[in-house]
Design a protein. Sequence first.
Length: 499
Amino acid sequence: MSTTPAPPPASSPAEAPGGALARSLSHGQMAMIAMGSALGTGLFLGSGAAIGMSGPAVILCFALGSAIAATIALSMGEMSSRYPVRGGFGTLAARFLSPYWGYLTRWLYWFVTICVTGAELVACATYLRYWASGVPLWAGILLFAAIILAINLTSVGSFGVVEFWLSSIKVVAVLVFILIGIFLVVVGLPSSPAPGLTNLTADGGFLPFGIGSVWIAMSVVMFSFGGIELLSITAAEAKDPGAAIRTAARTTIIRLAFFYVLAVGVVVALLPWREASGQGEEVTASPFVLVFDRIGIPGAASLTNVIVLIAALSAANANLYAGSRMLHSLSADAMAPAFLSRLSRRHVPVRGIAVSSAGIVLAAALAFTGVGGVFGYMMALVVFSVLLVWALILVSYLFYRRTRDGRETFRLPGGAATAAAGLIGVLGVFSTIVVVRDLQLAALVGVPAVAIATALYLLVVRHRIDPRRTDAAFAEAEAAEAGTAGRATGQEAGTTPTT
């Protein structure tokens, strides 16, 4: 006789201490969450700054960035499909490097997520001013912040559905933009003759600032790929983590490479590169919107602005999610205050979401005080921090390769050699700090932050770490993966899994 569990008493607390995150995300939702974070402002708004640095050669920048991002995503995919642990790549770094590196990786990435959340909301507010120029930037930031907070405070299943559709809208929109753009480049309109490839070689040629400009522009371009790490973080809330990560890793990186290279190529083919870049001024509109503004297709520019706004909102939404989950994993492993591990009755880390809203507060405060270039400053902070995180992910993978047990069902093509090449690429981009002023300013914040985090680790956290917590997380992840694999095997054999 089946029984229905009784509902919790009315007096039950709204939050439960600790507890496990709910495994509610499907394959498609995981892929779209990663796309939601990565396919955002870096392409739609930040590409203007990259074009200003390198001209039409920005196409090469995005191609190189796609190759580096693919290495990171696929190495993460191999590790996380084998060990879908809470805390993702941070917990993996703790196991394969040391507890300190796991601690630092997770705190660095949390810092990345709060800065990206703030930067994406700045972009949303910037897009809003395309229609309502009188709306203060800080007011737009707070408006869109309320929306993503409401989405994140629901269950993870509801979050996954909303993010899936937000990301789907922008994926379809970018694909349509590419197709229309190619038509305009090759065929044109009566009011706008086809430019062909002339804009790629005019006004200084394909490399107006020389080959070194490609290297310098990478400091901006790599911001666009921040978010691929979510593939690892969502593993702890996936219904079928191993298979989901394998699918998401492959599809995400293919889509990103295709969208970024072709979309940016269309922009610089249709617009003179100085116009697409904003001519060195602070970016106030997306180059994608400028394309349709210049061509004069009725309503197309406004529709494109809606799409890029949705893209930024989706990315902000995904990064607030990532930050709250990273804080939850840090707290569960005694690397952050214990109260952050508490979950709501819907298995949502509400307190982690509240603390991870710091980026929203920072962005609104900077905008309110009238500081110019808010988006540029926050983008530089993200690039500085995410490059360190990516380097640690690839180093973790190199050490992971020494311990592989042959049970992997997904592998990085080329293995350690590919990871080493990716690491060289990351370090090459990081070296632009010697010439890029915004990255130098970011280092003035980032280096002291790392020093403070290290001091806290040595004085406080190191004495609280229990290696058994990491062991338990790995055991739980392996059990989850074994369980889903067992169910899949049973279904393939035509049996009904027992409950």
